[in-house]
Design a protein around this ligand. Sequence first.
Ligand SMILES: *Cc1c(COP(=O)(O)O)cnc(C)c1O
Length: 430
Amino acid sequence: MDAIKSSAKSSVELFERAKKVAPGGVHSPVRSFKGLGRSPVFFLRSEGPYLWSVEGDRYIDFCQSFGPLILGHRDPEVTERVRSQIDLAWTFGACEPYSLELAEWITSRIPSVEKLRFVSSGTEAVMSALRLARAYTQRNKILKFEGCYHGHVDGLLVKAGSGLAGESAASSAGISEGMARETLVVDLNSEAQLEAVFKTHRAEIAVVVIEPLPANYGLLVQRKEFVLKIQELAKRHGALFMVDEVISGFRVGIQGMIQDLGLNPDLVCYGKILGGGFPVGCYGGRKEIMDFVAPLGPVYQAGTLSANPVGMVAGLATLQKMESTQGWAVLNARSSEFCGRLKALLNQHSDLDVTTYASLFWIHTKASEPIRSLNLIPKGQGEIFKSMFLKLLDKGVYLAPNAYEVGFLSLAHTDAVLEETLGKIKGVLI
Ligand SMILES: *Cc1c(COP(=O)(O)O)cnc(C)c1O
């Protein structure tokens, strides 16, 4: 593919302009390349596994918009469905068949999701599901795990406090103390903390929320027994058990981590892949819980652009193609081969290692045991990542620009593309 000659200015000039009109020049913080010692690349175009910058440089993309693009950029079949949808309608704010088709596809494949409601982002899905859980249980407290990300929901921008298990403090300015106090936080991988917090607060907890594959602060693969223990304690004490599958849903397999871990959640949140690269999220779960949502029930939740037809058809086209081509099996096999070779390369030429699950990977310094909680992340991750990121960028490989973000493979990352990538990685290691 020829490099694009753009009429736009260089990335550096564009960033200077952007900083005048947006905080830090960006519309989501990680995009700013903060802490990486250079200004961000501005991209103009994408296709399959590739991005092209405004300068015309080509990059192999392992960020894939932070996960949504499991087929790669602008998959031809998804593009076709989006084009024909635009010829029919963009949005009505009224009933239409497009969301019905996607809702039926999901509910017929994921038994835990009997009914669902579409929204426009993962954050919105989680935020709405928490409101629903509080209404359904008539309780106020939320239990979350340190190192899990659930979008920028006020009540979940909370980290562990310094005192007893469960105590918490806001992790962003602008979160009231009262709000932070309603959220209990415990470490991942700690049955002891989990039991302690239930002992103290069992009758107050409305919902326990977890990323069943924590992938927003490194890749902190959990033991199945730990996640099942969370589910068991929640159910035993009358709290709802909610899995945030915004990143893992439709990524690790058709039924996500619900299948991999054998879970039976009361509520589930999706986003990212669900919209095929357009802004779509949803929350769903047991019928009798979902029927608490307006207009049937007392929990208000609405959206001008909810179930936007373009996002609905892009999402459905993506999922149908994954299903009809056995996409998950193909992608996971290809990823496993790639990550195996990457691991060997890193181990041989550096003190680096890679943690992987399905088509996600995360590079870090070698650790003495599997990294399942924040405190086990080796020191110096920021510096190690910075050096790797900059060298790879120079060679035309784009990783998500942050030490704690994971990498994603897509079906557009062919064997040839992955071979080329391994060559480039070897080049920066030796
Ligand atoms: C990305 C993500 C979110 C937030 O989704 P947005 O669409 O960015 O609001 C929530 N939870 C998890 C697990 C995520 O990975």
